[in-house]
Design a protein around this ligand. Structure first.
Ligand code: HEC
Length: 256
């Protein structure tokens, strides 16, 4: 009886030893792959991409920037080893890099006024967004796009629908969204002139600009949206006086 019970007690440790052995073999294998000295050959021939990433890294990044670069280089190396994907050329990049920012960066050449935009709207948008931008047209459940100028002028108020005129903080986003996503079933088919024109039409109908104002890369940025000041960043000290800026957040205070 005694020897039998000591045998059963002995089995688990043997299994553990085997598991430990297997784990240490795996660890050694991983260590080899993590060797930071194995990078140069893989990144050769891709010098243009890492350089581009370096120049677009915000200045003053310090250790953060180099950690980003290391992560980028590591991911690139792994992808090349696995033969994943292919290098992106500038021509392709231009077709997908279409974002337009609040400061107007990304806006193309071109221009348009509300009168022309009304024609674009009737032909390509009204079926879903309604003849007067009221939403839910017969062709699809497009949301409301227009409110009365009196509703738009003091920004969004509780109970109101949220539309371009009374809610959106930047006019440039009107361009960006229509350009990337509308018409819903055929996005990307409008020319820059058409997008400027239909943006002008929607802004004018909301009473945000005059119907005669031409929208282009300069004027669109200058449009002051009524609800602009309802959007703000809370990183600033003004928003959170209890948090010291630049110190990486309030982790020391967490839980207070
Ligand atoms: C086939 C129907 C359809 C057509 C045509 C269409 N839209 Fe839309 N639109 C939609 C739908 C659906 C949404 C909501 C999409 C979402 O929330 O992702 C939308 C959203 C929008 C928004 C965002 C509204 C908001 O406040 O969130 C704008 C602006 C807009 N469309 C403009 C246009 C313009 C300009 C055209 C014509 C050039 C157009 N749409 C044509 C269906 C359509």
């Amino acid at each position: 009886m005694a020897s039998r019970s000591s045998l059963t007690r002995f089995r688990p440790p043997l299994t553990l030893v085997l598991i430990a052995l297997a784990a240490s073999v795996l660890l050694v294998a991983c260590d080899d792959e993590d060797d930071p000295n194995s990078s140069p050959t893989a990144t050769q021939g891709m010098t243009s991409t890492p350089t581009a990433a370096t120049t677009s890294t915000p200045s003053g990044g310090g250790a953060g920037a180099s950690a980003y670069q290391d992560a980028y280089d590591g991911a690139l190396e792994m992808a090349l080893e696995e033969d994943l994907g292919s290098e992106v050329d500038d021509a392709y990049l231009a077709t997908v890099n279409i974002d337009v920012r609040p400061d107007g960066e990304g806006l193309p050449d071109g221009s348009g006024i509300a009168e022309t935009g009304a024609q674009v709207y009737v032909a390509q948008c009204a079926t879903c967004h309604g003849d007067h931008g009221e939403g839910n047209g017969p062709g699809g459940n497009g949301p409301q796009l227009i409110v009365e100028p009196e509703v738009a002028q003091d920004g969004w108020q509780p109970g109101e629908p949220k539309v371009i005129g009374n809610y959106w903080p930047y006019a440039t986003t009107v361009y960006d969204f229509i350009n990337r996503a509308m018409p819903f079933l055929t996005p990307g088919t409008l020319s820059p002139d058409e997008v400027y024109a239909v943006s002008a039409f929607l802004l004018a109908e909301n009473g945000v600009i005059e119907a005669s104002e031409e929208m282009n890369a300069e004027t669109l940025v200058q449009v002051e949206m009524p609800n602009r000041d309802a959007f703000f960043s809370c990183w600033a000290e003004a928003c959170r006086p209890d948090v010291e800026s630049g110190g990486g957040g309030a982790s020391a205070e967490a839980g207070d």
